[in-house]
Design a protein around this ligand. Structure first.
Ligand code: HSE
Length: 408
């Protein structure tokens, strides 16, 4: 092992600068940044210009560089960098959730082919150390579900809208100004970013590589003033929740806003904080909470991966290699509250099980359970808003099966 590993960094935005800072402030990590590749030549940067390059091959073909840290915005360009870095014998650390979600199975194979490691703790819920825990700590536990708040910007927006009665537009602008939002913020508010993270989490929780386009995502952009009022009147808040769980021998997963009772663990997770709730058959519920966005929190997760590479760490994808061969499915039902103002927009026949409907504040609500396909099609309609009910009533049969075996 070399005395100090040399890093070639791609991108010097919010997370790149965060990493630079946390690496400088941390003395125990045996690694240093040798070169930073950036795109924009005209941007003023407060580092000696000698460290910057505009030519990716200055890093990719530098034999002195051991680790490529990829922190750029463009997922396709990022994937090309990752592939070239591995081909050239370098380890990779990345926080690019979209690139990872779209190419995870290939990235798994490339690591084996080139005998190099790709680590990406910073890609899922920023500073929360969830991936290495899923890989190592939960190795033998029978995880039945993973769920939580996987996007900092939407949680920040919802907090400001609920607590400070800011407008949605104002709160989104603040999330952008603070560097939490994606450069295309629709990825945050429409639930894509949380879905990319869920895709990665599913691989490490259940050993299933699923393409993100298979996973249904509903965002927070259709939540109306009436929904907020409904929440306040019923002592609820709204969170964008990503979840995946075992059901009927398959893995079901989706992202959607949900009414959350004020005494629920997720209710107190505010601003850009994220939370991951892991449920195992025997350990039962455990919750991780931490900042899910921002330069320093995400930079600290990236730094932890760099540090892990100094002792040759790599993901083993144990759930996949020794796994039960689960497949992904959208065959599930969820309890929802649907609100709409056009009298005939929704009818009881839209539901698998209709629970009830009522009128309030010139608006109509209907509750009951619908299929995930229906959730997706209804959420695309301009005139309705669909929010998961506080008590989801997911089929708990399987969740409890292992415990019952133990009890016999
Ligand atoms: N836009 C992302 C978020 C950044 O708000 O969670 C961190 O992945």
């Amino acid at each position: 092992m070399k005395k100090k590993l040399k890093i070639g960094l791609f991108g010097f935005g919010v997370v790149g600068q965060g990493l630079y800072h946390v690496l400088n402030e941390t003395h125990g990590v045996k690694a240093e940044i040798k070169k930073i590749c950036v795109k924009n030549k005209d941007k003023q940067r407060n580092l000696d210009s000698a460290i910057f390059t505009y030519e990716k091959n200055d890093i990719l073909f530098d034999p002195d560089i051991d680790i490529v840290v990829e922190l750029i915005d463009d997922a396709s360009a990022a994937f090309e960098i990752v592939k070239a870095a591995l081909r050239n014998g370098k380890h990779v650390v990345t926080a690019n959730k979209r690139m990872l979600a779209e190419n995870l199975q290939e990235i798994y194979s490339l690591q084996k082919r080139y005998d190099r490691s790709v680590l990406y703790e910073g890609s899922v819920c920023g500073s929360i150390p969830i991936l290495r825990n899923l890989e190592e700590y939960y190795d033998n536990d029978l995880i039945t579900s993973i769920e939580g708040i996987f996007n900092g910007s939407t949680n920040y927006i919802l907090t400001k809208v609920f607590e400070e009665r800011k407008s949605y537009t104002e709160a989104l602008k603040a999330a952008q100004d603070l560097g939490f939002a994606e450069s295309d913020p629709s990825l945050d508010v429409k639930g894509y970013d949380a879905k990319f993270k869920l895709t990665i989490a599913i691989a490490h929780t259940f050993g299933v590589f699923v393409k993100p386009e298979k996973i249904i995502n509903v965002g927070i952009d259709k939540i109306s003033a009436v929904d907020l009022k409904y929440a306040r009147e019923n002592n609820l808040t709204i969170k964008l929740v990503a979840r995946a769980y075992k059901l009927g021998g398959k893995i079901v997963g989706f992202v959607a806003p949900q009414f959350i009772p004020s005494d629920h663990m997720l209710a107190s997770v505010r601003n850009e904080y994220n939370a991951v709730l892991v449920e195992g058959a025997f350990a039962e519920k455990q919750v991780f909470i931490g900042k899910g966005a921002g330069g320093y929190p995400t930079g600290s997760a990236v730094l932890s991966d760099i540090s892990a590479l100094t002792f040759d760490y790599r993901y083993e994808y144990k759930k996949f290699t020794q796994g039960e061969g689960f497949s992904f499915s959208n065959s599930a039902k969820v309890d929802v509250v649907i609100s709409f103002n056009e009298k005939s927009a929704i009818s009881p026949s839209d539901f698998e099980t209709f629970k009830g409907g009522y009128q309030g504040t010139g608006h109509q609500y209907m509750t009951g359970s619908i299929s995930l396909e229906k959730l997706q099609s209804l959420s695309k309609r301009e005139d309705v808003s669909v929010i998961l009910a506080p008590q989801l009533n997911l089929d708990a049969t399987e969740q409890n099966a292992a415990k019952e075996v133990l009890a016999v």
